[in-house]
Unconditional design. Structure first.
Length: 150
């Protein structure tokens, strides 16, 4: 593994343990050249997943896109990085457990919304307002009422 600090190829594993509900392995590494430490994660490679967008364009599944949406919705909220990572792991587990080669972006969006709702109600409303493309205040209020009624 190449060192992210100095670029050397010689690094060694100094600690290894399960991560993300035993779905990956967290490895602590140390560079032989500069002595700095960094963390890597090892996951099982899954079947390639194609996402079908609203306009029928197909593109490869990208975990970072979901992460970006969650991070934006949780901005300045009391949600830790670990909570976000666990939320993202649950989302991916649900997506890949569908065992589909192609999946609609709307299906992914609904899974994300269900998980964010459990994470933080304000983050949920933020995500929903973008995902559902609220056209007016009444639509927005309807979504808020759903949360408040529970």
């Amino acid at each position: 593994m190449k060192c992210p600090f100095c670029g050397e190829d010689n690094t060694r594993v100094i600690d290894s343990r399960p991560a993300s509900e035993n779905n990956s392995i967290r490895r602590r590494r140390e560079c032989d050249a500069c002595g700095r430490r960094f963390t890597t994660y090892e996951k099982v490679e899954t079947i390639p997943l194609i996402v079908i967008k609203k306009d029928d364009v197909r593109e490869p599944y990208d975990r970072d896109k979901i992460m970006s949406g969650i991070l934006k919705s949780c901005h300045k909220r009391p949600v830790s990085a670990d909570q976000i990572e666990l939320c993202l792991d649950r989302i991916e587990t649900k997506i890949f457990n569908l065992e589909e080669k192609e999946i609609d972006s709307s299906t992914i969006g609904e899974i994300v919304m269900d998980e964010i709702k459990e994470l933080d109600p304000v983050a949920y409303v933020r995500f929903a307002s973008v995902y559902r493309e609220f056209k007016d205040v009444n639509t927005f209020m309807d979504e808020l009422k759903k949360i408040l009624d529970k």
